[in-house]
Design a protein around this ligand. Structure first.
Ligand SMILES: CC(C)(COP(=O)(O)OP(=O)(O)OC[C@H]1O[C@@H](n2cnc3c(N)ncnc32)[C@H](O)[C@@H]1OP(=O)(O)O)[C@@H](O)C(=O)NCCC(=O)NCCS
Length: 160
């Protein structure tokens, strides 16, 4: 159950792709995770990752989506698209297929944290029907060492 969006190609990956994911994460977030963090995610069962490749960038993937399903709950670990490939529908394609995958695995809801003020990501999640259910104070550390709040957002996956 991989996304489909020309001219991107998609592959399901595991810890062997931790290096690529680290490079991508560093390009997309002010505080990035190291290679060990990405490797460790996969030590928890139910963790899935998809990388998007673009013909113009054979060395470095254009985007990634990492998520986890634990019983009835799915969590977004990270979703990122390199700046050169944004606003082409890539995040939407990866999120859509991830939501379908999690629903097929039996998850009833998906949750995520997103930094307050991240209008791009919040716009994307709202487009998919995610709603804010909580605000975590001082959750994200900035480059300058200060902290910013996060919204916790949730979306049901199954219709009861
Ligand atoms: C958020 C992010 C993943 C969006 O990726 P993308 O591939 O550019 O998004 P898409 O092209 O699929 O856009 C889908 C929708 O998201 C919203 N969106 C995306 N970028 C936006 C922007 N710059 N401003 C406002 N809304 C935006 C829009 O609703 C858009 O739909 P539209 O194009 O029909 O208006 C990307 O900006 C990114 O990697 N940001 C840095 C990392 C990050 O913040 N990740 C999310 C962590 S929770």
């Amino acid at each position: 159950m991989l996304p489909s969006l020309s001219p991107f190609t998609f592959r399901a990956v595991g810890p062997e792709a931790a290096g690529s994911m680290t490079v991508l994460h560093e390009e997309c977030f002010p505080r990035y995770w190291d290679r060990d963090s990405f490797t460790d995610f996969f030590s928890v069962s139910g963790t899935y990752a998809v990388l998007a490749d673009h013909p113009d960038s054979p060395e470095h993937p254009a985007g990634m989506f990492v998520y986890r399903v634990t019983h009835e709950q799915a969590d977004i670990i990270t979703l990122a698209v390199r700046p050169a490939f944004r606003r082409t529908g890539l995040a939407r394609a990866m999120l859509r297929s991830g939501l379908e995958h999690c629903g097929a695995l039996g998850a009833e809801a998906m949750l995520l944290e997103v930094e307050v003020g991240n209008t791009a990501a919040i716009g994307l999640y709202e487009q998919f029907g995610f709603v804010q259910i909580h605000r975590r104070r001082l959750y994200y550390q900035q480059r300058d060492g200060t902290y910013n709040d996060a919204f916790v957002m949730r979306r049901k996956l199954s219709v009861s």
